[in-house]
Every structure is written in structure tokens, then in C-alpha cells.
Design a protein. Structure first.
Lengths: 197, 179
């Protein structure tokens, strides 16, 4: 998350905005617009600091995580993803330690012959070649196409760091693991957006 | 040095004015608040002292009927500011009465410091402290009774009127906080 963007936001408040607000509020406000601006600046920095440090992954993560074991056939993985209308989920070992993450990207990569192809790339291959590669993945399990090791965070990771990690790794969800490496929850981009607003 | 003079330029915008209903409620509150205080004082004090005391309560009226939202106008400040300043004013006269100019300055300055320290800053408190020093012999002879009468009685009347009148106005709410 780019802090500079927030600071620019703050600069957009003008004396005129404040005077307009003061006019709208009935009664005599015993304060000058520049006093308010000063309070606003300090309060804003304080709020930013609070958001940056006080809110942690633990507070916003989803605890009931939809996940699959490593041995799950891809058909089962896809059904779970489709039924829950999600684009990815953690893959876990029997003791609930995290093995990896499986998402649309892994399917596209496998079906597009490696790299990070888009959905349209895969369609293009389907159309130009004699058949689609989907047939090749029928017998595979989650373990064989998942991304591992997965990018993870701990419950105490601050919100802004979570956003930064998603941005840097270009991922849409990040599993939260406890001290023993077991899956504790998951934070999705949408969780972040809901918290920020 | 130039930074020092730069500060005198101001540069900030003055706050907007208030609407007609705000002006009308301020007038009504002050009118109804000062009536009982003035009646009370006309029956107890010679004219000179009356002028002084009404001066102090008139200043309070500006705040509690005219700037209802101000932290300076809240009950903690109104009551605390007047009482603390009254005690300091009487003490200043009794300790330094032989040099009234010194007692007057000491009373006001100490009242401001004490109000700040107790979070009860209320500008008319400065007048209340000053009146205890510069008032007539009748005020001086009251001693610390001055704190209760006329100060506390006047404050209590003004506060009751503020609670009733300010809350009759749809756009007003009083107090913001009690303590």
C-alpha cells in the first residue's frame, strides 16, 4: 500500500472545505479553520499509524478456511472452487500444516504449458492445436500443480504489510499460519478492502 | 527575529458567522439568564459592586448562551472556573491587600494558571478573581463567603437557565459534557 497516495488525499482538504463544514454545523464553533486543519493533520497521521500497526491479519482473517488435502484429485479441487465461487485455496497436510496454495493461476500455468499465461492464452492454444490440454490434468492431484512454498503471513502481521505482500507477489489471498506452521485463517483482497473502508 | 514578526501577520482565515436563529437563541438565553442574577444583586449590593459582578456574569453569558459548544462554556468550566478564581481572588486580597495593584495582578494571573491546571478555563473567572480584590469594603468583608454568595448562587442560576433555554433550541444541545 502506497502511503504517498494517502498523503496526497489528505492534501486535498482545503480551508474552503473546512469553512463550508463550519457553516453547515449550526452554532458558533469556537475554533479557526487553521486550528481545525492542524487537528486534522495530526489526527490523520495518528489514524494512519493506527491502521498501519494496530490492525493485524488476525482481526480481519477468515477462520473457516476452505482447503483441500495434498492428495485431492483436481476434479475435487475445481468443484470446491466453483461451488464456493473462489479463485484459490490453501492445500494442507493431514496435521493442518500448510503445503501450498492452489489457484486459477496454477491451472492456467499447467494448461498453458508453464509460465503465467492468461485465460485467453489457454483458449488460444485450445483453438490452434488439435485439442485442449485439460485432458492431461485429469489424473493429477492438488500436490502436483499447487504453488509451493506458499507466501504466508502470521496472525500478528499488520494490515499494511499484508497489503504490501499481496501487491509484491501479485496474489489475491494469503494464508495465515500459526507458530507451528498450521493453517489458522486466510486474508483475501476483499477482506482488506472492507477493512479500509 | 523576522520569524517573530511573521507570526503577527496572522494569515489564517476568520471563521464563518452564525445564522439568525443562533443569534436569536443567544439573545433570549442571555436575557433570561441575567434577569434573575440582576434582580438578586440589586437587592444586596451597592451600585458600584453590582456593576462589577454583573460584568463577570455578563461575560459568562456570552459563552454559555452565545458559544454553547465551546469547551470554555461547559459546566465544568463555568462552575469550576468561577469558584476556583473566587477563592484565589479572596486569598489574594487577604494576603496582599496592602498593595492592591499587586493583589489585583496576582489574583488574575494565578486564577488563569489554576483554571488551566484544573481544566476549568473560563475567561469570566479572571473578572471574578479581580472583583474580589478591587470590589468595595462590602465585598471584602464577605471573606470566603464571596465564593458561595454572590459567585456560586449566580453561577447556579445562569447554569439552570442555560440547561433549559439551550436545550429548547432544536439546533442546540447543552452541555457537551458535564465533567
Amino acid at each position: 500500500m502506497k502511503l504517498s497516495a494517502f498523503n496526497e488525499c489528505r492534501q486535498t482538504i482545503t480551508d474552503e472545505d473546512i469553512v463550508t463544514a463550519m457553516k453547515k454545523i449550526p452554532g458558533y464553533l469556537d475554533i479557526t479553520p487553521s486550528d481545525f486543519m492542524e487537528i486534522y493533520r495530526v489526527a490523520y497521521d495518528h489514524a494512519l499509524h493506527r491502521l498501519k500497526h494496530a490492525i493485524t491479519a488476525e482481526q480481519i482473517m477468515t477462520r473457516q478456511v476452505i482447503s483441500v488435502p495434498e492428495t485431492a484429485p483436481l476434479a475435487e479441487v475445481v468443484r470446491l472452487l466453483a461451488d464456493h465461487d473462489i479463485s484459490g485455496m490453501p492445500v494442507i497436510q493431514p496435521d493442518r500444516t500448510l503445503a501450498g496454495v492452489i489457484s486459477e493461476k496454477d491451472f492456467l500455468s499447467k494448461m498453458g504449458g508453464g509460465g503465467s499465461p492468461s485465460f485467453m492464452h489457454v483458449i488460444l492454444q485450445c483453438l490452434e492445436k488439435t485439442g485442449c490440454i485439460a485432458a492431461d490434468i485429469k489424473k493429477l492431484t492438488a500436490k502436483e500443480i499447487m504453488s509451493t512454498p506458499a507466501v504466508t503471513i502470521s496472525g500478528t502481521t499488520p494490515l499494511f504489510e499484508v497489503a504490501d505482500i499481496m501487491d509484491r507477489h501479485a496474489i489475491n489471498r494469503v494464508p495465515v499460519i500459526d507458530d507451528a506452521g498450521r493453517l489458522a485463517g486466510i486474508v483475501a483482497r476483499s477482506d482488506l478492502i472492507q477493512t479500509m473502508c | 527575529m523576522s520569524a517573530f514578526f511573521q507570526k503577527m501577520k496572522g494569515g489564517s482565515q476568520s471563521p464563518p458567522g452564525v445564522g439568525f436563529s443562533e443569534i436569536a437563541w443567544s439573545w433570549l438565553g442571555a436575557f433570561l439568564g441575567i434577569i434573575p442574577v440582576a434582580l438578586l444583586h440589586y437587592h444586596f449590593f451597592p451600585d458600584g459592586d453590582l456593576v462589577f459582578l454583573i460584568g463577570s456574569f455578563g461575560a459568562s453569558a456570552v459563552l454559555i448562551y452565545g458559544a454553547v459548544r465551546s469547551p470554555l462554556a461547559q459546566p465544568r468550566n463555568l462552575v469550576g472556573g468561577h469558584l476556583i478564581s473566587a477563592v484565589i481572588g479572596v486569598a489574594a486580597w487577604q494576603l496582599l491587600g496592602s498593595a492592591p495593584w499587586l493583589a489585583a495582578a496576582f489574583a488574575v494571573a494565578t486564577a488563569i494558571a489554576a483554571m488551566h491546571a484544573t481544566k476549568t478555563l473560563h475567561p469570566p473567572g479572571g473578572a471574578t478573581a479581580l472583583i474580589a480584590v478591587i470590589g468595595s469594603e462590602k465585598i471584602h468583608s464577605l471573606g470566603f463567603l464571596y465564593v458561595f454568595f454572590p459567585v456560586l448562587t449566580g453561577v447556579a442560576i445562569m447554569l439552570i437557565v442555560a440547561l433549559v433555554v439551550n436545550n429548547l433550541a432544536g439546533s442546540r444541545k447543552y452541555p457537551e459534557f458535564w465533567w
